[in-house]
Ligand binder design. Structure first.
Ligand code: SF4
Ligand code: MG
Length: 328
């Protein structure tokens, strides 16, 4: 069974001019060689601090940003290099929900107009038909047709995110990329939206890519996790294995700060020094070395690659082939 989405060595490098003569172009490697796949009905969590390239990766998957290199194979078809028209077709099956329900909805359009947009783009011009579809989807996300001609400012944050979800859902996509869909919301509203997302997934057999810095929300929702650091995946695997026994020091530090129930609670809090380094000038070797509590000499020189270890994939010199026996 081939995966729904197969991402191969995906890169997005943004050029920046530097130096006095502005002759040399340097690159911010926001996404720097990401490979993973996702099966139908799965939810993959993409986690990491802000500035790790999570959002850029999400947008690159949907070709909202053109990748520099690599492949995004969706339903057996590589999306990289397709024409705008071909991409528009694909968007029926692949949608995105954005972090900020305040800025992702056009304040001058009412709900009917906002939800009409994807429909007319895909050839559904009949107004009565659109009204029917919109009232149906509003009910699905917990709103109602009486709210169809209201404007975004008349809704609460949670309701606006429901509108954003309705917009993503209205063409019945297979895959939805959710970029921090609840981070801008109050905690009480967050769980309502998470529950809604879970119900929708079950009802429509959706596949999710869930981008988040909140590891307890990710634990609730995802069955697979990719941990990103400075444009690369440093660890990935199924959620239970990874949360129970994380290997990468970065994952360990992220998880040590998460209030999730036993048996994980007894972990000691690991506080990292400093911030994510400037992605235009990443350190040589392991990009996490300047902050790593377990750093070794080799880490400053050699970049570790993803390797299988204890049921996970991990990029760290503590777990490279030759050292597996020592630490595994
Ligand atoms: Fe830490 Fe070295 Fe592993 Fe990087 S490779 S995470 S610096 S131990
Ligand atoms: Mg982001």
């Amino acid at each position: 069974n081939s995966p729904l989405l197969d991402v191969k060595d995906l890169k997005k490098h943004f050029p920046i001019r530097s130096g006095l003569l502005k002759r040399k172009t340097r690159f911010v490697k926001a996404v720097d060689g990401i490979t993973f796949s996702i099966g139908e009905g799965e939810t993959v969590g993409i986690v990491g601090e802000s500035g790790c390239g999570k959002s850029t990766m999400g947008r690159t998957l949907l070709q909202l940003i053109e990748p520099t290199e690599g492949e995004v194979v969706f339903q057996g078809k590589n999306l990289v290099g397709l024409s705008t028209k071909e991409i528009r077709e694909v968007r029926k099956d692949m949608q995105m929900v954005f972090q900020d329900p305040y800025s992702s909805l056009n304040p001058r359009l009412n709900v009917f107009e906002i939800l009409s947009e994807p429909l007319t783009t895909h050839g559904i011009r009949d107004k009565q038909k659109r009204k029917e579809m919109i009232s149906k989807i509003l009910n699905v996300v917990g709103l109602n047709e009486g709210q169809m001609f209201r404007y975004p400012h008349e809704f609460s944050g949670g309701q606006r995110q429901r509108i954003g979800i309705a917009r993503a859902l209205i063409l019945h996509p297979k895959l939805i990329v959710l970029d921090e869909p609840v981070s801008a919301l109050d905690v009480s509203i967050q769980s309502q939206i998470i529950n809604l997302l879970q119900d929708l997934q079950e009802e429509f057999g959706l596949t999710y890519i869930f981008i988040s810095h909140d590891l307890s929300v990710v634990y609730q929702l995802c069955n697979k996790i990719c941990v990103m650091y400075l444009g690369k995946i440093v660890e990935m695997g199924d959620v239970d294995t990874l949360y129970e026994n994380p290997l990468h020091p970065y994952t360990k530090s992220l998880l040590s700060a998460v209030p999730i129930p036993d048996p994980f609670q007894k972990r000691e809090r690991i506080i990292l020094k400093g911030d994510v380094p400037n992605p235009a000038a990443p350190p040589p070797g392991c990009a996490f070395a300047p902050r790593c509590p377990e750093v070794m000499d080799i880490c400053h020189q050699v970049r570790p690659t993803l390797q299988s270890c204890q049921g996970l994939q991990v990029a760290c010199h503590l777990f490279q082939d030759e050292s597996v026996s020592k630490h595994g």
